[in-house]
Design a protein. Structure first.
Length: 506
């Protein structure tokens, strides 16, 4: 406990007067303030009725220093807020006051809510100090309305504007960055996204400086730089030509922030080329456009444009349980082979198969072959995965799975038994190799017939007269029918018998 009582009382009177001045500068009545931060690990209930033990001499000295900072804080809110935070966290108020709130009220004549505003303002100013100097508590507190991951970019933009105009940064500079500009919402359009009708707004000269990367909607493509949203080695390097360039899609959040949904590489190119404005389509969170919508739209856009990898597609599909195959077709996600493969692997691969593929332990070709051969039975997928790891080709894996399934008659229990039977596995491997051989031969025959003019010897072996186009067409049609049968040989008894005879002969 401090020894010099008279000096402390004098200091207390001066600080109380100073605190009244500080409180008068609060933009809102003290009773209307709402606490922003919780006490950092401090018990607020069930406290002892009696004052706790006295401060040590070190603590008492530190309290005096911190309270001097608070008095000086009329002109230095950062020092004042930081001092209050330390007094709260170390509970240096405990000798004379049971709670931090009582300390603030009795010692400084402001309530707990205002103290917390000072603490948060100081923390924000300290965090943003590498970007620039925040001139006042009012400016710092304006950043409480800005998501933490967007504060630095908002600060940089607002600070640049203030410097350009030769003046000090104000709270209005920050609030203007958050306030929707009505001129951006004149040209309203609608479109269907999934099962919903989405409203969006067309703007042809939107300020690039207002567009911020979204932390909730990261780039659909893996490996993107978190600061730029651009995938390394996929940067655009041409001149930025607005004519014909698709608009960016940006998302107006309820906070007033414009976040990028899709078009990161175009935005990056425009910024590097010195462009200040760019064409955009704006969707709004306050009109129902959610985080889920934003992620789906970004994925849909990339998949339709064949951007990203099959793994990106599969990851999106696997983590979008509400996405149906019918909806995916309607959105054009299955129009290309990459989209179809991503769908199959994301929706139909067993957990083991998916993990092995994602970990690059088997190739995409083999993983796709397994799922195409058996999209629903995970036991069969497991047997196919084992063969893939052993080095079996994608074509043989398909035929192997079909051979096991055919021998089991589609019975799940029988499949499980065959999977444990080494002789059954060996027979399926042999049948798979023979089936693949027949499929390759029929494909080679079709190529020979179609190119009979350039491959007359092979064409003749297939029974095609080189100078007879009608003969060639008949042979192609016949071979195609035969290929379709061999592609599903397990459904045709005569083809299964051919394979069994050949296998026995070997």
């Amino acid at each position: 406990m401090l020894n010099n009582t008279n000096q402390n009382e004098s200091t207390s009177n001066r600080l109380t007067t100073a605190a009244l001045v500080v409180r008068s500068r609060c933009s809102q009545p003290a009773l209307e303030c709402v606490p922003i931060l919780p006490d950092a690990g401090i018990p607020r209930f069930n406290q002892q009725d009696l004052i706790e033990d006295a401060l040590t001499s070190v603590e008492a000295k530190r309290l005096t220093e911190l309270e001097r900072d608070i008095e000086d804080g009329q002109q230095a809110f950062i020092k004042m807020g930081t001092a209050l935070a330390e007094i709260r966290d170390a509970r240096l108020y405990r000798t004379k006051h049971k709670t931090f709130e009582a300390y603030c009220r009795k010692k400084w004549s402001f309530n707990r809510a205002y103290a917390y505003k000072l603490i948060e303002a100081a923390a924000i100013a300290t965090d943003l100090s590498p970007v620039g100097y925040i001139p006042s508590e009012r400016v710092a507190r304006e950043f409480t309305k800005v998501p933490k991951d967007q504060r630095k970019e908002i600060f940089q933009s607002a600070l640049a504007k203030a410097k350009c105009e030769g003046r000090t940064l104000t709270a209005k500079d920050i609030s203007e960055k958050l306030r929707p500009d009505s001129r951006f919402f004149k040209h309203r359009q609608t479109c269907r996204l999934g099962n919903s009708v989405v409203t969006y707004y067309c703007v042809y000269d939107f300020p690039i400086s207002k567009i911020i990367l979204s932390s909730e909607v990261p780039n659909f493509k893996t490996g993107a730089d978190p600061l730029t949203g651009v995938v390394p080695d996929q940067e655009l390097h041409s001149d930025f030509i607005p004519l014909g360039t698709a608009p960016l899609v940006i998302w107006l959040r309820r906070t007033g922030i414009y976040e990028l949904v899709t078009g990161r590489h175009r935005r990056d190119l425009a910024k590097r080329m010195g462009e200040t404005n760019i064409a955009v389509h704006i969707v709004r969170e306050d009109q129902g456009f959610s985080v889920v919508d934003a992620k789906m739209f970004d994925a849909f856009s990339n998949i339709r444009d064949s951007q990203g990898s099959i793994k990106d597609y599969a990851h999106f599909v696997k983590n979008s349980p509400v996405l149906t195959e019918a909806n995916a077709k309607k959105q054009g996600l299955l129009d290309r082979a990459k989209g179809r493969d991503g769908w199959n692997l994301g929706k139909n691969a067993s957990d083991d198969l998916y993990a092995f593929w994602m970990g690059d332990n088997i190739t995409t070709e083999k993983a796709t072959a397994i799922v195409e051969a058996e999209p629903t039975n995970h036991n069969l997928q497991q047997l196919g995965l084992i063969q893939a790891i052993k080095g079996m080709s994608a074509s043989d894996i398909k035929n192997f799975i079909h051979a096991i399934n055919a021998n089991a008659g589609g019975n799940a229990e029988q499949i499980d038994l065959l999977g444990r039977d080494d002789s059954a596995i060996m027979e399926a491997e042999e049948l798979a190799a023979l089936a693949t051989k027949h499929q390759r031969e029929i494909n080679e025959k079709i190529r020979a017939v179609r190119g009979s003019a350039s491959r007359p010897t092979l064409a003749a072996q297939a029974g095609v007269v080189v100078n007879d186009p009608e003969s060639a067409l008949d042979h192609v049609s016949s071979c195609q029918s035969e290929r379709q049968r061999w592609q599903k040989w397990w459904l045709h008894d005569d083809l299964k018998e051919i394979l069994r005879v050949e296998n026995s002969a070997n």
